[in-house]
Design a protein around this ligand. Sequence first.
Ligand code: KIV
Length: 263
Amino acid sequence: MKKISTHILKAMKDNNDKFAVVTTYDYAFSKIVSNANIEVSLVGDSLGNVFQGRSTTIPVTIEEMAYHMNAVSRGNENSLLVCDMPFMSYSTVKDTLQNAAILMQAGAQMIKVEGGEWLAESVYKLSQCGIPVCGHVGLTPQSVNKLGGNKVQGKDKSDAEKMVKDALILQDAGADLLVVECVPSRLGADLTSALSIPVIGIGAGPDTDGQVLVSYDMLGLSDRLPKFAKNFLNETNSVQEAITLFGNEVRNGLFPGPDNCFK
Ligand code: KIV
C-alpha cells in the first residue's frame, strides 16, 4: 500500500471510496494496523480507558500521549499517524502550538482536537505552522462532565445545525479531517455532504467517508462493547485477520450495519 497522506484521503472522498481508521497505542499493534492496510492509525486518548483502565480520558497527559505516539511511530509504515491532544493541552493558542510540537516530534503526522468554533484560531495557527489538524465534534469525551454523560449528540434540529456550523468553521480555519462521534445517522450523512474534507464516523451511521473503531473494542478486549462497535475477532482467527476484516467491511460498505447506528 502507498503511504497514506491527507491528499490521498481527500482524493478517496472525492472518489466516494471509503477508508478505515483504527486506534493504536503501541509498537506491536501499530505494525499490525499498518500491515492490514488501514489508512489511518489514531493514537487516541481512549488509551486512558482501554490501556490505563480509567473511567474517562480526562487524566491522560501530554507526556503519556507522546510516549505512546513514539512507540506507535516505530511500528508504522503505511498508515497516516494521527495523535489526540489530551484534555486541557489546547485550551490556549500558545499551549496548543507548544503541545502539538511535542506530539509531532514524537512522530505524529496530524493532531486531533475536540470541539467546535472556539478552536478556530488554534486550528488556523496550527495549519499555518504546517501541522495538519483533525477536528472532533459530536460526543467529545473530554467534555463528558459538561455533556452529562456519554450521550448521543445532535438529536435536536438546533444542535444538529450548530454542529454543521462548527464543522464548517473548523474546515475554513484549515482542518484537514473531521471525526464525528455518536450522532444520528442522518446528521453523519449531512456533515459528510456539507464538508469538502473527509469525515470519519464512530457511531455516526454508514454514510461518513471513513469509519473509526477503538482497537480494543473490535477485538473484544474492552470491559463493554459499545453499540456502534463490533467484535471482529469473533469471525476471524487472529488479530491481523480481524483488523483486515474491519478495513474490508468498511471499504465495502458492510460496516457499520443498522444495529451499530443511532436514529
Ligand atoms: O480517543 C479515541 O480513540 C478517539 C476515537 C474514538 C475517535 O478519539
